[in-house]
Design a protein around this ligand. Sequence first.
Ligand code: SF4
Length: 262
Amino acid sequence: MSDSWSIYADWNPWHGCTKISAGCKYCYVYRQDEMYGCEIGSNVARKTGAFDLPIKRKRDKSYKIPSGKVIFTCFTSDFLLKDADEWRPDCWRMIRERSDCMFFFFTKRIDRFAECIPSDWGNGYDNVLIGCTIENQAMADYRLPLFMAAPIKHKILAVAPLLEGINLLPYLDNTIEEVSVGGESGVNARPCHYDWILDIRRQCIEKNVPFRFHQTGAYFVKDGRTYRILRKYQLSQAHKANINFGIKNYFVPAKADTEGWE
Ligand code: SF4
């Protein structure tokens, strides 16, 4: 797995986000800002110094981010955040220019998709992979019909932080390239039940959709017992469960929005 990381790069054009649903309650971005004593509110979106990183060049004129990278995009915010509407067109231009890289972002705002795409989007850019994040049945039932209908070339579902058992069957079809499931991190994390994870796995197998158990979360309930899992073991413990199904290593988790994949 570690070798696959060499193909990844990060691009965080803005930082800060507003909470919109239950999965946001203990958002990683807010927790990190608090930990580092950030003085600007986490709910205030601001451009970062890396805004134009994808088109930055080195002295020899080559791009700083080499060709062929999967670029995790906007991992301490939401790419479809309303407060970022005036910045996003420049991002689309950069994404278009870097058709040699794959841009990968998560969103809880798929309901804003149609108003956020560029005029030449058509059926979607080949080099954009979008993860729709859901955390409970209500958000699955609200967001996934919109996601299914959206013209996007590469789609995954990020089911995290998983807060309850979810019936995904109506929304699993061959356009979904992966379902990744994980619990919640942090001291206040809500527990994640292994039974919920196994049930989603069963649904994925039934629909022949790749499934990944991404991380356990901090409080993991198995066979009636609650286990406290330290952050450093949450990914490896999930990996050890060895219950992934049909995945390609291509889709390895990003940061904030998978930290909870929130
Ligand atoms: S969990 Fe995601 S959508 Fe919610 S506030 Fe945090 S970054 Fe924004």
